[in-house]
Design a protein around this ligand. Structure first.
Ligand SMILES: Cc1cc2nc3c(=O)[nH]c(=O)nc-3n(C[C@H](O)[C@H](O)[C@H](O)COP(=O)(O)OP(=O)(O)OC[C@H]3O[C@@H](n4cnc5c(N)ncnc54)[C@H](O)[C@@H]3O)c2cc1C
Length: 386
């Protein structure tokens, strides 16, 4: 096994459980990878005990319908189906390893909630998805202060140790060994020394992504070039290249999570508009989808338009330091300050409020999660943050 993040730990444990003699190779001084840096929010559904304890019913079919709609077009339908059909089993597997989830709901949009609540919405209750699949919150958060990835990896590492799996750290896998069309080993380096591993049954690569390899990013996902990267710093893509060198195929290399620095709690209380003052997505969708739409469709020229009351409603500690770039007394003044065409933002707000006044909101009537309409026709003071 090459790479000791969450995928490596899971594969190693399962291989061991099926009787294999496993060695985990890890380039860093210890396991963890980007998994240990992550929020520890794991997408699970189909009626997990945590969902049930929080009063939600869910099915694998609804989970699948949501993911197909949210990840499309061209989503990998086979993989999504397997992921959803296996979701309860995945939850049980994590639990059996000792991964903790608290049976309580954080009922407000967020990247990472400020509490240790174990369940959160990840856009399931936003339109148009709420009309496609019965909404249920599926973000399962590993119980932790702040980001849960560190707890996830600590618990999985304990399970790896209990299972007697050998871990060789500071060991960088550089090349796969091929014998007659079969991968039979790995050539690695350990403090400058070459170490050769012979695999009796196979080699599994779980080396993470390539976000830290600028050349690969430019080649496969050029739209992401030059943007900030969130990773453990070691996503050099070498594991992928080792496999490619033997002729392995790759898929979806251009896909990426776009972690735009918008505060979901602020966005849902306002309007998200482009450079010409037009809304381009429902503000209560999963923040990763907002980021993708902002980058791929609007070239990141986007603004969150808020009134003062909405801004104040979000506690300072949940604003992650975001402050307004512009403030004005009226929408017209604001659009002028930001440099939008005359009447553009004012037109958007007028239309939005006309629909809101008629009871047509962007929030599904089937849910109550806090994403109310933005229906304050004459805000005392407007501000824009981006
Ligand atoms: C700040 C942050 C927050 C995130 N939050 C979430 C979240 O809440 N929910 C979610 O689903 N996802 C989240 N993600 C994404 C998620 O962390 C990753 O998709 C996931 O951890 C990838 O797991 P992995 O096991 O494939 O890779 P990793 O965890 O990166 O593990 C790969 C391991 O392979 C090792 N390795 C690489 N190359 C070699 C080599 N040649 N030889 C030996 N070892 C090698 C690396 O050192 C590393 O330890 C977040 C990511 C970040 C950075």
């Amino acid at each position: 096994m090459v790479g000791y993040g969450c995928a490596g730990a899971a594969a190693a444990l399962e291989a061991r459980a099926s009787g294999a003699d496993v060695i985990l190779l890890e380039r860093a001084g210890g396991g963890g990878g980007s998994s240990a840096h992550s929020g520890g929010e794991i997408y699970l559904g189909g009626g997990t005990p945590i969902q049930q304890a929080c009063g939600f019913t869910d099915t694998a079919e609804d989970m699948e319908a949501y993911l197909l709609a949210a990840l499309g077009p061209h989503a990998d339908a086979g993989k999504i189906r397997a992921y959803c059909e296996g979701s309860l089993e995945h939850y049980e597997w994590l639990s059996s390893c000792g991964v903790p989830f608290k049976p309580s709901l954080w009922d407000s949009p967020s990247w990472v909630p400020p509490t240790d609540d174990g369940l959160m919405w990840l856009g399931e209750n936003a339109m148009p998805f709420a009309a496609v699949a019965k909404p249920a919150p599926r973000g399962h958060r590993v119980t932790s202060e702040g980001y849960g990835g560190k707890v996830l990896m600590k618990v999985l590492a304990e399970a790896v140790e209990r299972a007697g799996i050998r871990v060789h750290t500071d060991t960088y896998a550089g090349q796969l060994i091929l014998d007659g069309g079969t991968v039979t080993g790995v050539v690695a380096t350990h403090f400058g020394k070459t170490v050769t591993y012979r695999a009796r049954r196979g080699v599994i690569l779980t080396t993470g992504g390539f976000a830290d390899n600028a050349e690969m990013v430019a080649l496969h996902a050029p739209r992401l070039t030059g943007l900030g990267v969130t990773s453990d710093g070691g996503d050099d893509g070498h594991g992928i290249r080792m496999a490619q060198a033997l002729g392995a195929g790759t898929a979806r290399m251009s896909s990426a999570q776009v972690g735009i620095t918008l505060i979901p709690g602020l966005v849902v209380r306002g309007l998200l508009v482009n450079a010409v003052g037009q809304r381009f997505i429902n503000e209560d969708q999963y923040p990763g989808l907002l980021g993708q739409a902002a980058l791929f469709k609007q070239d990141l020229a986007v603004w969150v338009i808020l009134d003062e009351q909405a801004y104040e409603e979000v506690p300072v500690e949940e604003r992650w330091g975001v402050v307004p770039h512009y403030a004005a007394e009226t929408i017209e003044e604001l659009e002028q300050e930001v440099g939008m065409p005359e009447g553009s933002l004012a037109g958007t707000v007028h239309e939005y409020n006309r629909h809101a006044a008629a009871g047509r909101t962007r929030t599904s009537p089937r849910t109550s999660a806090g994403c109310g309409p933005w229906n304050r026709p004459s805000p005392p003071s407007m501000s824009a943050a981006a």
